[in-house]
Design a protein around this ligand. Structure first.
Ligand code: SF4
Ligand code: SF4
Length: 307
């Protein structure tokens, strides 16, 4: 068993409440059928291309969307929270929730809200009858498996329903064991096979990830491999060959879903006050490029879907 290191001050075993940054109903891309997807906040990795950068930190965060800011300065007039206005680009660096509430222009938002298992059930209860029949629930993030205790407690409140987990795999086997028998399908990300490159672009080496893939396979769990493909980082023949060679060890896994780079993470990085990594493409890959990626994996014998 390989214990993974963590980034982003993640602590495990939050049982009674976790921070959720989105709940999406009627999703058709994150597991079979029509699903409710619950996005947890908090991730042990730190991928440079992360399209949900607000999910890395496990607590609520204020986001400032400067294009929505009308410069009315209403937020500057709230006293007592130590924030200050600097200029229209750099304001709100010390902002607090009191200031978010006074903004009428949608420029300030709080990302993330804490839920107990009961409150989360309340949040999705209108979906349950439908998704029980036609799909299920998908836990995503961030990294949902750092909250396996919470998820088990939440599942105790639900009827029998199809459960999918989308995971980076960067958790301990112990956390996986807590939940493994309650999960029907794992959407398992393979970002970069080469461990040194993985550390360079995702913040940590990938030993525990590869070990957990092997573990889930040995336990005969249903697995679909998800491949984020990022131009300039892992859209290489070497990476496609590395994935192919890795999956030769797992002949029963033949489904791969490509997740093409999406540049909407950039505006969210800006809203969080983060620097945009220079390596990130500003444009999304054209459809011919995505067709080429599909072709590369089809000719290697995989059942491939581009999301
Ligand atoms: S963030 Fe909202 S409240 Fe603050 S100056 Fe901009 S528009 Fe006004
Ligand atoms: S594993 Fe996913 S959520 Fe975590 S940093 Fe990487 S892309 Fe973002």
């Amino acid at each position: 068993m390989i214990e993974p290191p963590t980034k982003n001050n993640i602590s495990l075993n939050e049982i009674n409440r976790v921070c959720v940054f989105d709940v999406q109903s009627f999703s058709i891309h994150d597991g079979p059928g029509i699903r409710t997807v619950i996005f947890f906040k908090g991730c042990p990795l730190d991928c440079v291309w992360c399209h949900n950068p607000e999910s890395k930190n496990k607590n609520p965060r204020v986001m400032f969307f400067k294009n929505n800011c009308a410069g009315c300065m209403a937020c500057a007039k709230i006293s007592g929270c130590g924030a200050r206005i600097i200029n229209s680009d750099a304001i709100h660096e010390m902002i607090c929730s009191k200031r978010v509430e006074v903004c009428c222009y949608g420029a300030l938002k709080i990302c993330g809200k804490f839920y107990t298992p009961d409150a989360l059930l309340d949040r999705i209860k209108s979906d349950i009858a439908f998704i029980k029949e036609y799909g299920g629930i998908t836990f995503s993030g961030g990294e949902p498996l750092i909250y396996s205790d919470f998820i088990c407690k939440f599942l105790d409140l639900l009827p029998d329903i199809h459960i999918t987990v989308e995971t980076s795999g960067s958790v301990s086997e112990k956390e996986i064991d807590k939940i493994i028998n309650r999960v029907n399908l794992f959407l398992f990300d393979i970002k970069i096979v080469n461990s040194a490159e993985h550390k360079k672009y995702c913040g940590l080496i990938n030993d525990s990830i590869l070990s957990n893939l092997s573990y889930l396979y040995q336990k005969e769990k249903e697995i679909i491999i998800r491949l984020p493909v990022i131009p300039g980082i892992n859209d290489t023949t070497q990476h496609f060959d590395d994935v192919t060679n890795l999956l030769k060890n797992y002949p029963k896994i033949n489904k791969i879903e490509i997740m093409p780079y999406n540049n909407y993470g950039i505006s969210k990085m800006e809203a969080l006050g983060q620097k945009i990594p220079l390596i990130l493409p500003l444009k999304n890959p054209a459809s011919e490029i995505k067709d080429n990626w599909r072709e590369e994996f089809s000719k290697r014998g995989f059942d491939i879907k581009v999301l």
